[in-house]
Ligand binder design. Structure first.
Ligand SMILES: Nc1ncnc2c1ncn2[C@@H]1O[C@H](COP(=O)(O)OP(=O)(O)OP(=O)(O)O)[C@@H](O)[C@H]1O
Ligand SMILES: N[C@@H](CCO)C(=O)O
Length: 292
């Protein structure tokens, strides 16, 4: 048996739709894999009642299939599903790392990324790798069709998760099909600023680079209170605020000393619009960890 802890992640970071991702210090999924003749799945933990145990419908089933590694897979969910915190990806990432170890497949962490992304295709219809890449490799990641570049940043963060559910599949339906050249030029500038900020571990640059005028405004409409929560976080000292993944979680980059104030401000702003929320005070952290 192999046990793997794989962290929650935040994809997009505003300007890097389907490309940027960051591993979060917390929360995380824990997945145990044991060799078997056919794949079976047990799910416990946060939101487990909403997660299918059918291998055709669970992200880990697609991973076991892609690695030709049938197993009994136990998933202990720490990351709530449909959160914007890479819940489906955390399980897929843990399964990819665990099954690679269990069956001695010898694949590198980077080679496991497209395999874990097959799990994402099961739930959202697209094998986007921007959550599984940081969950497997840790740090800040840039996932392209031809591979992943990663940086060991440790930017302090607050993620605020409201008690509402948005599925990635639905949130992808509102993404505009086209963008103006003005918006594209701006997003290139923002994304480049964010990437340099990660390389320098500079929360001010990362926050500035989170701005996005293409995908985020369309998705913000789906999150009750988004504008007020964003303003509250910025006033409390956040260097940048945007939607985490497909939402509804909202992520703020900041200095460590401001995390507590920002977390309270975000929870209070959601409460003003009658939405309960919880906040994680965290930072960019490491990738999946194996326990024998
Ligand atoms: N192992 C799994 N863990 C979590 N959700 C799963 C899993 N397998 C299948 N699902 C399904 O995937 C959906 C949640 O995935 P979705 O991509 O919508 O949310 P998320 O991973 O939290 O968000 P995001 O990718 O925006 O960060 C739910 O419908 C859930 O039932
Ligand atoms: N890049 C993906 C991440 C969410 O799974 C999206 O925004 O749809």
């Amino acid at each position: 048996m192999v046990t793997v802890r794989a962290p929650a992640t935040s994809a997009n970071l505003g300007s890097g739709y389907d490309v940027f991702g960051a591993a979060l210090g917390r929360p995380a999924d824990v997945v145990r894999v044991e060799k078997a003749d056919r794949t079976t799945i047990d799910v416990t933990g946060v939101g487990s009642q909403y997660i299918p145990e059918d291998p055709e419908k669970n992200t880990v089933g697609a991973v076991a299939e892609a690695l030709e590694a049938p197993a009994h897979i136990e998933i202990d969910k720490g990351v709530r599903p449909a959160s914007g915190l890479g819940s489906s990806a955390a399980s897929a990432a843990a399964a990819a790392v665990g099954l690679n170890e269990l069956y001695g497949r010898g694949l590198t962490r980077e080679e496991l990324v497209p395999i874990a992304a097959e799990g994402e295709a099961v739930v959202s219809g697209a094998a986007h790798a921007d959550n599984v890449a940081p969950s497997i490799m840790g740090g800040f990641t840039i996932a392209r069709h031809d591979g992943v570049t990663s940086v060991d940043a440790s930017i302090p963060l607050v993620t605020c998760l409201p008690e509402v559910v948005i599925s990635t599949r639905d949130a992808r339906k509102v993404v505009p099909e086209t963008a103006s050249m003005t918006d594209v030029v701006e997003v290139v500038g923002n994304a480049s600023t964010l990437a340099v900020g990660m390389a320098r571990d500079d929360p001010a640059l990362v926050g500035r680079g989170m701005e996005d005028a293409i995908v985020t405004p369309a998705r913000a409409e789906l999150i009750t209170g988004y504008a007020a929560v964003r303003t509250a976080a910025l006033e409390a000292g956040a260097t940048g605020v945007t939607i985490s993944g497909a939402g509804p979680a909202i992520i703020a980059a900041c200095r460590e000393s401001d995390r507590r104030t920002i977390a309270s401000a975000m929870i209070d702003a959601f409460a003003e619009v009658d939405v309960e929320a919880r906040a994680y005070q965290t930072r960019i952290g490491g990738g999946a960890t194996v326990f024998e």
